[in-house]
Design a protein around this ligand. Structure first.
Ligand code: ADP
Ligand code: MG
Length: 239
Protein backbone atom coordinates (compact mmCIF):
# COMPACT_ATOMS: atom_id res chain seq x y z
CA UNK A 1 0.00 0.00 0.00
CA UNK A 2 1.34 3.44 -0.92
CA UNK A 3 2.09 5.40 2.24
CA UNK A 4 3.98 8.31 0.73
CA UNK A 5 3.92 9.53 -2.85
CA UNK A 6 5.57 12.31 -4.79
CA UNK A 7 4.03 13.49 -8.04
CA UNK A 8 5.83 15.69 -10.53
CA UNK A 9 8.04 17.38 -7.95
CA UNK A 10 10.03 20.35 -9.15
CA UNK A 11 12.37 22.44 -7.07
CA UNK A 12 14.28 25.38 -8.47
CA UNK A 13 16.94 27.35 -6.60
CA UNK A 14 17.57 30.43 -8.71
CA UNK A 15 18.89 28.97 -11.94
CA UNK A 16 19.47 25.48 -10.52
CA UNK A 17 16.85 22.84 -11.17
CA UNK A 18 17.42 20.58 -8.15
CA UNK A 19 14.33 18.44 -8.80
CA UNK A 20 13.01 17.99 -12.31
CA UNK A 21 9.60 16.29 -12.17
CA UNK A 22 10.42 13.57 -9.65
CA UNK A 23 7.82 10.87 -9.01
CA UNK A 24 8.09 8.21 -6.33
CA UNK A 25 6.00 5.84 -4.26
CA UNK A 26 6.97 4.55 -0.83
CA UNK A 27 5.00 1.49 0.27
CA UNK A 28 4.01 0.90 3.86
CA UNK A 29 6.61 -1.17 5.72
CA UNK A 30 9.30 -1.15 3.08
CA UNK A 31 12.91 -0.08 3.16
CA UNK A 32 13.42 1.95 -0.01
CA UNK A 33 16.88 3.13 -0.98
CA UNK A 34 17.45 6.47 -2.70
CA UNK A 35 20.73 6.67 -4.59
CA UNK A 36 22.41 8.83 -7.20
CA UNK A 37 25.49 10.96 -7.76
CA UNK A 38 26.30 14.01 -5.64
CA UNK A 39 24.00 16.86 -6.58
CA UNK A 40 21.33 14.49 -7.95
CA UNK A 41 18.69 16.08 -5.71
CA UNK A 42 18.37 13.39 -3.01
CA UNK A 43 18.62 15.69 0.01
CA UNK A 44 16.42 18.25 -1.75
CA UNK A 45 13.76 15.56 -2.18
CA UNK A 46 13.90 14.85 1.57
CA UNK A 47 13.70 18.58 2.29
CA UNK A 48 10.60 18.83 0.13
CA UNK A 49 8.99 15.77 1.77
CA UNK A 50 9.86 16.89 5.30
CA UNK A 51 8.65 20.46 4.84
CA UNK A 52 12.00 22.25 4.93
CA UNK A 53 11.36 23.51 1.36
CA UNK A 54 8.18 24.03 -0.61
CA UNK A 55 8.43 22.44 -4.04
CA UNK A 56 8.21 24.84 -6.98
CA UNK A 57 5.46 22.54 -8.23
CA UNK A 58 4.18 19.02 -7.72
CA UNK A 59 2.60 17.22 -4.79
CA UNK A 60 3.54 15.14 -1.77
CA UNK A 61 0.77 12.77 -0.65
CA UNK A 62 1.00 11.06 2.74
CA UNK A 63 -1.59 8.42 3.58
CA UNK A 64 -3.87 9.80 0.88
CA UNK A 65 -3.65 13.41 2.16
CA UNK A 66 -1.93 16.19 0.25
CA UNK A 67 0.79 17.53 2.57
CA UNK A 68 2.63 19.64 -0.03
CA UNK A 69 4.20 22.70 1.54
CA UNK A 70 3.30 21.78 5.13
CA UNK A 71 5.87 23.09 7.63
CA UNK A 72 8.62 20.86 9.00
CA UNK A 73 6.89 20.92 12.37
CA UNK A 74 3.54 19.87 10.98
CA UNK A 75 5.10 17.15 8.82
CA UNK A 76 6.87 15.77 11.88
CA UNK A 77 3.61 15.80 13.87
CA UNK A 78 1.95 13.93 11.04
CA UNK A 79 4.53 11.16 11.40
CA UNK A 80 7.47 11.85 9.09
CA UNK A 81 10.85 12.15 10.80
CA UNK A 82 14.26 12.71 9.26
CA UNK A 83 17.93 12.60 10.05
CA UNK A 84 20.45 15.08 8.66
CA UNK A 85 23.50 14.21 6.56
CA UNK A 86 25.56 16.25 9.03
CA UNK A 87 24.34 15.32 12.53
CA UNK A 88 22.91 18.17 14.59
CA UNK A 89 22.77 17.27 18.29
CA UNK A 90 22.78 19.86 21.06
CA UNK A 91 26.51 19.42 21.92
CA UNK A 92 26.38 20.60 25.53
CA UNK A 93 23.43 18.37 26.43
CA UNK A 94 23.58 14.71 27.40
CA UNK A 95 22.26 12.02 25.06
CA UNK A 96 19.23 11.58 27.28
CA UNK A 97 18.51 15.31 27.23
CA UNK A 98 18.93 15.46 23.46
CA UNK A 99 16.35 12.72 23.00
CA UNK A 100 14.12 14.23 25.71
CA UNK A 101 13.85 17.42 23.61
CA UNK A 102 12.31 15.35 20.79
CA UNK A 103 10.05 13.46 23.21
CA UNK A 104 8.80 16.67 24.83
CA UNK A 105 8.33 18.47 21.51
CA UNK A 106 6.45 15.56 20.00
CA UNK A 107 2.69 16.12 20.10
CA UNK A 108 2.40 12.46 19.18
CA UNK A 109 3.76 11.62 22.60
CA UNK A 110 1.03 10.44 24.96
CA UNK A 111 3.01 10.43 28.22
CA UNK A 112 3.63 14.18 28.16
CA UNK A 113 4.75 14.66 31.74
CA UNK A 114 7.09 11.69 31.66
CA UNK A 115 9.92 12.12 29.19
CA UNK A 116 12.54 10.10 31.07
CA UNK A 117 11.26 6.61 30.35
CA UNK A 118 10.37 7.13 26.69
CA UNK A 119 13.71 8.88 26.06
CA UNK A 120 15.64 6.08 27.73
CA UNK A 121 13.66 3.46 25.78
CA UNK A 122 14.61 5.13 22.49
CA UNK A 123 18.28 5.34 23.53
CA UNK A 124 18.15 1.66 24.36
CA UNK A 125 16.63 0.87 20.99
CA UNK A 126 19.55 2.47 19.15
CA UNK A 127 22.10 0.96 21.57
CA UNK A 128 23.09 4.20 23.28
CA UNK A 129 21.60 3.66 26.76
CA UNK A 130 25.02 3.24 28.38
CA UNK A 131 25.76 6.77 27.13
CA UNK A 132 22.61 8.40 28.45
CA UNK A 133 24.64 10.77 30.65
CA UNK A 134 27.39 11.42 28.06
CA UNK A 135 27.46 14.90 26.54
CA UNK A 136 26.66 14.75 22.83
CA UNK A 137 29.92 16.54 21.97
CA UNK A 138 31.82 13.62 23.55
CA UNK A 139 30.36 10.98 21.21
CA UNK A 140 32.29 9.36 18.38
CA UNK A 141 30.89 9.32 14.84
CA UNK A 142 28.78 6.16 15.03
CA UNK A 143 27.40 7.21 18.40
CA UNK A 144 26.48 10.61 16.93
CA UNK A 145 24.67 8.83 14.08
CA UNK A 146 22.83 6.65 16.59
CA UNK A 147 21.83 9.72 18.56
CA UNK A 148 20.63 11.37 15.36
CA UNK A 149 18.42 8.34 14.72
CA UNK A 150 17.22 8.33 18.34
CA UNK A 151 16.14 11.96 18.10
CA UNK A 152 14.14 11.20 14.98
CA UNK A 153 12.62 8.04 16.51
CA UNK A 154 11.59 9.87 19.67
CA UNK A 155 8.98 11.76 17.64
CA UNK A 156 7.26 8.37 17.04
CA UNK A 157 7.24 8.52 13.26
CA UNK A 158 5.57 6.22 10.72
CA UNK A 159 8.17 7.15 8.14
CA UNK A 160 11.86 7.66 8.76
CA UNK A 161 13.94 9.55 6.20
CA UNK A 162 17.61 8.64 6.61
CA UNK A 163 20.18 10.87 4.88
CA UNK A 164 23.54 9.07 4.55
CA UNK A 165 23.67 7.68 8.06
CA UNK A 166 26.56 5.33 7.19
CA UNK A 167 28.99 7.94 5.84
CA UNK A 168 32.37 7.70 7.56
CA UNK A 169 31.66 4.45 9.42
CA UNK A 170 33.91 1.38 9.26
CA UNK A 171 32.63 -1.99 8.03
CA UNK A 172 31.80 -3.32 11.49
CA UNK A 173 29.89 -0.11 12.31
CA UNK A 174 28.08 -0.26 8.96
CA UNK A 175 27.01 -3.81 9.74
CA UNK A 176 25.61 -2.72 13.12
CA UNK A 177 23.84 0.29 11.67
CA UNK A 178 22.24 -1.81 8.91
CA UNK A 179 20.97 -4.25 11.53
CA UNK A 180 19.50 -1.33 13.45
CA UNK A 181 17.73 -0.01 10.34
CA UNK A 182 16.30 -3.46 9.58
CA UNK A 183 15.20 -3.79 13.18
CA UNK A 184 13.34 -0.45 13.04
CA UNK A 185 11.29 -1.79 10.17
CA UNK A 186 10.88 -5.33 11.51
CA UNK A 187 10.12 -4.54 15.14
CA UNK A 188 8.69 -1.01 15.06
CA UNK A 189 6.99 -1.34 11.68
CA UNK A 190 8.58 1.82 10.35
CA UNK A 191 8.65 2.65 6.67
CA UNK A 192 12.14 3.77 5.71
CA UNK A 193 13.35 5.99 2.87
CA UNK A 194 17.11 5.84 2.89
CA UNK A 195 19.69 7.92 1.00
CA UNK A 196 22.96 6.02 0.99
CA UNK A 197 26.24 5.84 -0.89
CA UNK A 198 27.33 2.58 0.76
CA UNK A 199 25.97 0.25 -1.93
CA UNK A 200 26.70 -2.93 0.01
CA UNK A 201 24.35 -1.77 2.74
CA UNK A 202 21.61 -0.85 0.27
CA UNK A 203 22.03 -4.24 -1.44
CA UNK A 204 21.64 -5.99 1.89
CA UNK A 205 18.73 -4.13 3.42
CA UNK A 206 16.67 -2.31 0.77
CA UNK A 207 13.59 -3.94 -0.75
CA UNK A 208 13.61 -1.47 -3.63
CA UNK A 209 15.89 1.27 -4.86
CA UNK A 210 15.01 4.56 -6.54
CA UNK A 211 17.77 6.23 -8.56
CA UNK A 212 17.94 9.98 -9.19
CA UNK A 213 20.31 11.70 -11.60
CA UNK A 214 20.45 15.43 -12.32
CA UNK A 215 17.23 16.06 -10.44
CA UNK A 216 15.22 13.44 -12.32
CA UNK A 217 14.18 9.80 -11.95
CA UNK A 218 16.73 7.57 -13.67
CA UNK A 219 15.31 4.15 -12.82
CA UNK A 220 14.01 2.01 -9.99
CA UNK A 221 13.92 -1.67 -9.16
CA UNK A 222 15.28 -4.28 -6.80
CA UNK A 223 18.85 -3.66 -5.62
CA UNK A 224 20.06 -6.35 -8.04
CA UNK A 225 18.25 -4.76 -10.99
CA UNK A 226 19.60 -1.35 -10.15
CA UNK A 227 23.27 -2.29 -9.78
CA UNK A 228 23.26 -4.17 -13.07
CA UNK A 229 21.48 -1.42 -15.03
CA UNK A 230 23.78 0.15 -17.66
CA UNK A 231 22.30 3.65 -17.16
CA UNK A 232 22.87 3.50 -13.41
CA UNK A 233 26.39 2.20 -13.89
CA UNK A 234 27.12 5.03 -16.31
CA UNK A 235 25.58 7.82 -14.21
CA UNK A 236 26.58 6.70 -10.76
CA UNK A 237 28.37 3.46 -10.10
CA UNK A 238 31.18 3.82 -12.63
CA UNK A 239 32.87 0.95 -14.36
N1 ADP B 1 19.50 25.54 -0.44
C1 ADP B 1 19.99 25.46 -1.68
N2 ADP B 1 20.22 26.58 -2.41
C2 ADP B 1 20.68 26.50 -3.67
N3 ADP B 1 20.95 25.35 -4.32
C3 ADP B 1 20.75 24.22 -3.65
C4 ADP B 1 20.25 24.20 -2.31
N4 ADP B 1 20.15 22.90 -1.91
C5 ADP B 1 20.55 22.16 -2.94
N5 ADP B 1 20.91 22.93 -3.99
C6 ADP B 1 21.40 22.46 -5.29
O1 ADP B 1 20.49 21.48 -5.75
C7 ADP B 1 21.17 20.38 -6.34
C8 ADP B 1 20.82 19.09 -5.62
O2 ADP B 1 21.44 19.10 -4.33
P1 ADP B 1 21.18 17.99 -3.23
O3 ADP B 1 19.73 17.73 -3.13
O4 ADP B 1 21.87 18.42 -2.00
O5 ADP B 1 21.89 16.73 -3.88
P2 ADP B 1 22.32 15.32 -3.26
O6 ADP B 1 21.77 15.23 -1.86
O7 ADP B 1 21.75 14.30 -4.19
O8 ADP B 1 23.82 15.30 -3.29
C9 ADP B 1 22.64 20.73 -6.30
O9 ADP B 1 23.00 21.31 -7.52
C10 ADP B 1 22.73 21.74 -5.19
O10 ADP B 1 23.81 22.61 -5.35
MG1 MG C 1 22.68 14.96 0.00
Amino acid sequence: MALLEGHGLWKKFGGVLALNRVDFVLNSGEIAGLIGPNGAGKTTLFNVIAGAFKPTSGHVIFNGTDITGHSANRTCRQGIARTFQVTRPFPEMTCLENVAVSVINSPRQSEHGNWHEPALAVLKHVGLHTHSETLAKGLNLIEKKRLEMARALATKPNILLLDEVLGGLNSQEIQEAVELIQDLRDRLGLTIFWIEHVMGAIMKAADRVIVLDQGANLMEGTPEEVVSDPQVIKAYLGE
